[in-house]
Write a protein that binds this ligand. Structure first.
Ligand code: PGA
Length: 250
């Protein structure tokens, strides 16, 4: 299947504006020949300068979250239009840290996905089971629910713009990467859920990224799996040399 490969960095709450700009200058020459698309989700404060620094390179800048409304009395929140104005082209939605620490619900995440599509931001919708849910054999059920609820009311012609990220919560920031087999099995299930919700041909067009302790040493075996179309990388995206190794192994 010829789906576009994507390696997306997720910096979380790391890097000042200057650090972001320096990083992009160091990363650019290392990834010019990359086959994968390079996405970088930087802190809100760095989006404008990072977009300018990324300029005509193949690095695409995005955000890590946003609100579902375009404006309103939501102290501390940010809107899709504000992100677009700064040059963001994509946004991570429903990351497990948003779900677990900030108690975001599937319904709220769904509204954000709808808004992102309306305002021309590529949504990266994150789904994934906790360790407890995996032990209880609930992985398939959890993924199905998160996908169905996250993509509720999204028209078929828009859904191919969505990128899905399978991020098992037990693998995020723990060093416990999923084996390629576990990742493939979960990705295949996610694709089946997309097929059931939309159609097989739509499901086959959607890139599904794996996230959770991705490193230069494990990326090649993960992306060699049929349904793994790239990665969402946290910790290992903070160093330009390590991140470029991941990109160039893809
Ligand atoms: P990690 O994080 O690569 O540090 O495990 C992945 C993520 O949270 O997206």
């Amino acid at each position: 299947m010829n789906r576009q490969k994507i390696i997306a960095g997720n910096w979380k709450m790391h890097k000042t504006v200057q650090e972001a700009v320096d990083f992009i200058h160091l990363l650019t020459p290392k990834v010019t020949a990359s086959k994968a698309l390079v996405f970088l989700a930087v802190p809100f404060t760095a989006i404008g300068h990072a977009s300018a620094a990324a300029g005509n390179t193949n690095i695409i800048i995005g955000a890590q979250n946003m609100h579902s409304d375009t404006q309103g009395a939501y102290t501390g929140e940010i809107s899709s239009l504000m992100l677009r104005e700064q040059g963001a082209e994509f946004v991570i939605l429903g990351h497990s840290e948003r779900r677990h620490i900030f108690l975001e619900t599937d319904a709220f995440i769904n509204l954000k996905v709808i808004r992102a599509l309306q305002d021309d931001l590529i949504p990266i919708l994150c789904v994934g089971e906790t360790e407890h849910q995996r032990e209880q054999n609930l992985t398939h059920k959890v993924l199905k629910e998160q996908i169905e609820k996250g993509l509720h009311k999204i028209p078929e012609q828009d859904v191919t713009k969505v990128v899905l990220a399978y991020e098992p919560v037990w693998a995020i920031g723990t060093g416990k990467v999923a084996t390629p087999q576990i990742a493939q099995e979960a990705h295949h299930h996610c694709r089946n859920c997309l097929s059931a919700l939309f159609s097989k041909s739509v499901a086959n067009k959607i890139s599904i990224l794996y996230g959770g302790s991705v490193k230069p040493e494990n990326i090649a075996s993960l992306v060699s799996q049929e349904d793994v179309d790239g990665a969402l990388v946290g910790g290992a995206s903070l160093d330009p040399k390590i991140f470029s190794e991941i990109i160039n192994h893809c």
